[in-house]
Design a protein. Structure first.
Length: 107
């Protein structure tokens, strides 16, 4: 595997790290992600991990190949996006329920 292929895989945005922060960090031996447990810092850490997470994960954990690394990070991304979509759906349902409830109360 050429250095260019490795660089292309590890120097890109990591959606799994962005959405999953500290959980992703534990799974990828990138323990700085635990700063995501601190309330205000968590928002900043999401962006830092999104930008630098792939490089840190490549460095901190032993990987068999770039393909394995890319596949595993893809799974983290899919899971993170799924979780985000689930939260968005629940939030939408709660907002609709609140609007209906308040309309019934004040009408």
């Amino acid at each position: 595997m050429s250095q260019d292929n490795i660089a292309a895989a590890v120097n890109k945005w990591n959606w799994g790290a962005f959405f999953m922060t500290w959980i992703w960090g534990l799974g990828n031996k990138t323990y700085i992600a635990l700063l995501g447990l601190i309330p205000v810092v968590s928002l900043v850490m999401a962006f830092v991990l999104g930008a630098r997470g792939s490089a840190w994960a490549w460095k901190n954990k032993k990987w068999e190949s770039v393909e394995q690394f890319t596949r595993i990070q893809g799974l983290w991304t899919a899971f993170g996006l799924g979780l985000f979509a689930g939260y968005a759906i629940v939030l939408f349902i709660v907002i609709v329920a609140l609007v209906i409830t308040f309309n019934n109360v004040f009408m």
